[in-house]
Design a protein around this ligand. Structure first.
Ligand code: 6GU
Length: 251
């Protein structure tokens, strides 16, 4: 997969060199390029923003630099000779909310472009232009406000990159975790040695050697935890108490 990122703070993306992401890049599964939006400006002050048309607080990112940088990235897309088409993602609190399902879909793309806006946003005509010419998606990472799309892009890229084929050593570790496998229940709590730490025991069932009991305990823990902190994730049939023994397990 090819990922291009456009930002006025390219240093944010130094984080992508680390750990899992660095590994994906070393293995050649992921080719990431970061572009400084100011590099396409031609004025002395490298201006990328201006006052909002119609007045109001804050500044709006100008269309022209975005047009120049996106045209260049699109013209050099590795998809030009294929039937794949690049997807431009603009992180925005006004977008569709990112989740594991979207991460899985995006992991199947050949070329993603993340356009990180700052200030009060980007001139609407940029979205309109590229939506007319290709595929554009506004994506939010949750119901809170960040100062720009950089941190949101890093979160999305990490979620996507770890799903690329060839990324994770043990494929089971992907299936078991929260939001994957077992119909989207949260993960069960994990323990390791020692068996007692500061007077706190590892649940004895985990040391029993009884694999069936362990699996049942973990399943019950997942349901209890999901019911307590994320009841919105429970499948409909679990709502009325038909899954496990949620009354005994509560709190
Ligand atoms: Cl994608 N961008 C910004 N600026 N704020 C956000 C967000 C994105 N997702 C949640 N809040």
């Amino acid at each position: 997969m090819r990922i291009d990122i456009v930002s006025i703070f390219p240093a944010y993306f130094d984080a992508l060199e680390l750990s899992l992401l660095g590994k994906a890049r070393q293995r050649g599964l992921l080719d990431v390029a970061v572009h400084d939006l100011r590099d396409v400006t031609t004025d002395k002050h490298r201006t990328v923003d201006d006052k909002p048309a119609g007045g109001g607080a804050g500044m709006v990112m100008k269309a022209e630099p975005w047009g120049l940088v996106l045209d260049k990235i699109l013209s050099e897309s590795p998809t030009v000779a294929t039937d794949a088409e690049p997807l431009i993602i603009f992180p925005s609190p006004a977008g569709e909310v990112f989740n594991q399902g979207m991460a899985r879909e995006l992991a199947g793309e050949a070329h993603l472009i993340f356009g990180c806006g700052r200030y009060e946003g980007i001139d609407q005509r940029v979205f309109d232009e590229y939506a007319e010419r290709g595929r554009v998606k506004l994506v939010s990472i949750g119901d809170y406000v960040l100062n720009g799309g950089e941190v949101a892009s890093i979160a999305m890229i990490e979620a996507i990159a770890r799903l690329l084929p060839g990324m994770v050593g043990n494929p089971e570790s992907l299936v078991e975790e929260s939001h994957e496998g077992e119909s989207g229940l949260l993960e069960y709590p994990s323990y390791t040695q020692p068996a007692v730490w500061r007077g706190r025991e590892v649940p004895p069932v985990l040391l029993s050697g009884n694999h069936k009991k362990v699996a049942e305990w973990r399943h019950a823990q997942r349901i209890e935890r999901t019911r307590r902190v994320r009841p919105d994730l429970l499948p409909p049939e679990a709502d009325q108490g038909s899954v496990g023994t949620q009354r005994e397990l509560q709190n």
